[in-house]
Write a protein that binds this ligand. Structure first.
Ligand SMILES: Nc1ncnc2c1ncn2[C@@H]1O[C@H](COP(=O)(O)OP(=O)(O)OP(=O)(O)O)[C@@H](O)[C@H]1O
Ligand SMILES: [Mg+2]
Length: 355
């Protein structure tokens, strides 16, 4: 068992999802969706550095003067970032993103108030129909957790390849290849990017490619793959709205350094991506799928989108400070339903609010 001194108590508390140490004298936690300052503090920076050594030691990583920050994982799988002076002005800072001990299931998402059954059924239909899905949302909005749930809809007779910076996905299918990118070593050598892994994965006969987070030039290769028969792929993108997600995709494609006109990039995006699921951490700290949007095509230079499901806030409960509202179908029917019916899939039209 790894011991992290003062932090152990927070690591064991299942209602705490994040731990943030801002130098020796401040430890914040996110508990049940809300940030709060704890009473605990370290004696001094030295005690804090011991904890950092305990985190990095087993991983063979260390923090150096040249690179005073590092991403790592605790032995239980939680994700950690450490940054120390002189880059941090408040002393060593540790940020821990805890893993749910259990894999979150679709029904748990519903009981957490993150979506409803119809939305899950729709996502399940999209996965079965091999639609390309992007999960979009801000930092810590629950993208990776949702990606895990959506990925669980993939049938176990398919070959899945996952590609990540730090392996966070926990799929329970049997046939999985897991690839993890690598940072450069202390001499600046040996880095392997997500993009290189995507290109390599295409030679590994994947039925599904899951890119944990798309944030750079790999977008280009991913879109190309989606457009050339590798459909049914899944990824997440850091963004503020479905529109913003499209903009980010566009700038990520440009990072690939290939000279393509903007309109062509947009055409690539609109023909590759079918669905954007936007998740958000809302006012009361809960995470909600605020929209499920279809990309419907292009109108002159603009990608057209149509929301299929939305969360509508109707109020705020004064006593509990919880947001009140509901998930609604917009009434728009996805344009690919016919195609899915032709494939022999049965579709319950009730989910779209129709009969
Ligand atoms: N649906 C949910 N309801 C409540 N809490 C959630 C939900 N999904 C995730 N969380 C919690 O929120 C935190 C962030 O989750 P997750 O890692 O999935 O987010 P993310 O958007 O992928 O974050 P990042 O931007 O850092 O990659 C975790 O601590 C997780 O336990
Ligand atoms: Mg994530």
């Amino acid at each position: 068992m790894q011991t992290l001194g003062l932090l152990d108590e927070f690591l064991q508390d299942e209602t705490i999802t994040e731990i943030m140490v801002n130098g020796a004298s401040q430890i914040y936690v996110e508990k049940e969706g809300r940030l709060q300052l704890t009473e605990k503090r370290f004696v001094d920076d030295k005690e804090l550095i011991l904890v950092i050594d305990n985190i990095l030691g087993p991983l063979g990583k260390r923090i150096s003067d040249e690179i005073p920050f590092v991403d790592a994982r605790l032995l239980d799988g939680s994700r950690v970032n450490i940054i120390v002076p002189p880059l941090s002005l408040v002393g060593p800072m540790i940020t821990i993103r805890k893993f749910f001990k259990k894999r979150v299931s679709g029904s748990e998402l519903i009981s957490l108030g993150s979506c409803n059954q119809h939305m899950l059924n729709f996502l399940q239909l999209c996965v079965a129909g091999r639609k390309n899905i992007v999960i979009s949302g801000g930092t810590g909005s629950g993208k990776t957790t949702l990606l895990n749930v959506v990925s669980s809809f993939i049938k176990s007779d398919e070959r899945i390849l996952t590609i990540e910076d730090t392996a966070e996905l926990r799929l329970n299918q049997e046939h999985i290849g897991r690839l993890e990118a690598r940072l450069a070593d202390s001499e600046g050598k040996g880095a392997i990017s997500i993009r290189q892994l995507v290109i390599n994965a295409l030679r590994m006969r994947p039925d599904r490619i899951i890119v944990g987070e798309c944030r750079g030039s790999e977008a280009f290769d991913m879109l190309q793959a989606m457009n050339t028969g590798h459909d049914g792929s899944l990824t997440t993108i850091h963004s503020n709205s479905p529109r913003d997600c499209l903009k980010r995709l566009e700038s990520m494609v440009l990072m690939a350094g290939i000279d393509i006109p903007t309109k062509t990039i947009r055409e690539m995006i609109s023909s590759a991506i079918n669905i954007i699921v936007h998740i958000s951490r809302i006012q009361d700290g809960s995470r909600k799928i605020v929209s499920i949007t279809q990309i419907t095509g292009m109108e002159s230079d603009t990608i057209t989108i149509a929301p299929i499901f939305e969360f509508k806030q109707t109020g705020l409960d004064k006593a509990t400070r919880k947001v009140v509202g509901d998930f609604r179908p917009t009434g728009t029917i996805p344009t690919f339903l016919e195609e899915l019916k032709v494939k022999g899939m049965s579709i319950d039209m009730e989910m779209f609010g129709g009969g």
